[in-house]
Design a protein around this ligand. Sequence first.
Ligand SMILES: CC(C)(COP(=O)(O)OP(=O)(O)OC[C@H]1O[C@@H](n2cnc3c(N)ncnc32)[C@H](O)[C@@H]1OP(=O)(O)O)[C@@H](O)C(=O)NCCC(=O)NCCS
Length: 363
Amino acid sequence: MPYAEITGWGKCVPPAVLRNEDLATFIDTSDEWITTRTGIKERRVLHCNLSDMARVASLHALAAADLDPMEIDLILLGSLTSDSQCPNTASIVADQLGARNAAAIDINSACTGFLYGLHLGTNLIKTGAHQKILVIGGEFITHYMNWSQREVAVLFGDACGAVVIEASESETGMIASRIGCESDAKYAIQITNVGSGYSRLTDDFLYNAWNFEGQEVFKRAVKAMAQASADVLDQAGMSLEDVKLVVPHQANKRILDALAKRIGISEDKVFVNVHKYGNTSAGTIPVALAEALEEDRIKPGDHILMASFGAGLTYGAGLIKWSNRVSPLITCDAELPPCEKTGLEIIASHVDRYKKHSLESVS
Ligand SMILES: CC(C)(COP(=O)(O)OP(=O)(O)OC[C@H]1O[C@@H](n2cnc3c(N)ncnc32)[C@H](O)[C@@H]1OP(=O)(O)O)[C@@H](O)C(=O)NCCC(=O)NCCS
């Protein structure tokens, strides 16, 4: 049975920055509160569509693997913030890339979308059903944000990453993985007022409100990611000493510290970029992976542990054995269309819309 080697990787982060201080201009919050509770200093705001970010990240990943889009036979796109319900975003990305031989599937498991995709893609390659798969994870979460809810608005940002996995005889890629879901607690993170579960006849329809049990999710995230990590190490017959780097979901620096403590690994072995981007949901792991490679944090043959947690409440972990190559075969200069606006300017009309709606609801 072949392995699924990661042969390409890429990221796309939008240029417009939204700093903690910018949020404090219209929400009752402060840089001090956000930094001490989450470690986040700033996040990015997208000025186009999720598919545009996915296209750019994918072009980088395809170049790194030196593959033509026509060689890809499946695209798995993890996201909860699709361009549209129909067509699915994976199809839009396939068309933009010219990946005419690829099947295209969206995976909505929220923050775990990329890890779920890598688990599924790896196993499809192992069975021989597919040979070359593009796995994408990304989010345009600012589009779905309720900017009057300070307890969530400060946590999230937009970004996207992608990897190419290819059938290989050498023992590399995701060598052990486990995914799961604590569905009994599904409403601990909930985005309301969009979808067929909500009546179109109410004034609230399409005004998203987030139900968000932050402390409950925090506790469950640490526990589930630690357990899934232990399970994949067991599966692979390895221990934490074999792991060179942990590339976890980036939701909150305090969650990362608690995870490191619970699994018993030193904090310097945990890759962290949550301070720059906030929680980009399905985008966090592939973006962190691409940055870990850019920063020479991954060496040939290293074992990398990934762990994730998100709405659903979905969770998972994967153990990756990196191949012999840690640099792209070809570099690529694809980028998003230029953006003249600041993060604050992009969201301004959206913020006003929510302000107006909450005033109307009160009166
Ligand atoms: C959300 C989270 C940062 C909150 O941190 P916390 O330490 O649990 O904070 P609390 O919820 O106890 O809130 C403490 C106080 O800060 C206030 N507060 C909440 N958001 C605030 C903000 N943006 N600015 C200032 N104050 C805020 C609360 O109203 C509360 O005030 P009170 O004590 O007067 O009631 C943290 O629980 C978390 O990261 N949870 C998991 C994140 C998550 O779910 N990610 C998505 C899935 S991975």
